[in-house]
Design a protein around this ligand. Sequence first.
Ligand code: F6R
Length: 235
Amino acid sequence: MKIIQCSDYNELSLYVAQQFAQTIKSKPDCVLGFATGSTPIGAYKKLREMYDKGEIDFSKVTSFNLDEYYPIPPTDKNSYHYFMKENLFSHINLPEANINIPDGITTNPDDECKKYDERIERAGGIDLQLLGIGVNGHIGFNEPSASLESMTHKTSLTEQTVKSNARFFNSPEEVPRFALTMGIGSIMKAKRIILAASGENKMKAVEMLESGKINTMWPATVLNAHPNVTLVWCK
Ligand code: F6R
């Protein structure tokens, strides 16, 4: 694992945006994996700026998001559909037909999850996947557990994640208790992974990841078994 320590959030965001820009430049029809949450907001802003300057073209890119709450309509301002539109998609020329995010209103979550993995396969796999990390070490919504699920699946959020994500909602009661998330296997299939961690509260999870050991109670540590991971972090 390559480890990059940044002096601040701006430097971290610039690094992530540059890696995405380079991937698009070297392979215009690349498949990108996006994450939501606070961490990637700065990188998405920088990608928008690069697009505005004519430095990158998303017209042939395909994207897959890691996860979506369940149930939640795409028009809900806390949905990851809404987040991606606000922070990236409505500002760039990534064709709507190339955007993939798990459907938060599907009536058949199991089928939606199965088809999501199939869509990733059909697209040729993810060239570059961005990950954030939960305070508890989760990636996507793969929460700490004695065993981790491989494929995209419906999952329950832990109380800690509900508490942590409540900052985006009016109250903890409004946070959906479920999510559809790429599984650990779906994530590990990505050709390259960048995990971005920002803030003191992520340092324990970063430490566990840096230890090199794999422990399913700290899900991100499975990335130690992937051949091309970059961990970029700042306090
Ligand atoms: C979001 C996701 C989550 C977040 C993680 C960190 O798509 O999959 O795993 O990356 O919860 O969230 P922030 O960046 O808000 O601290």
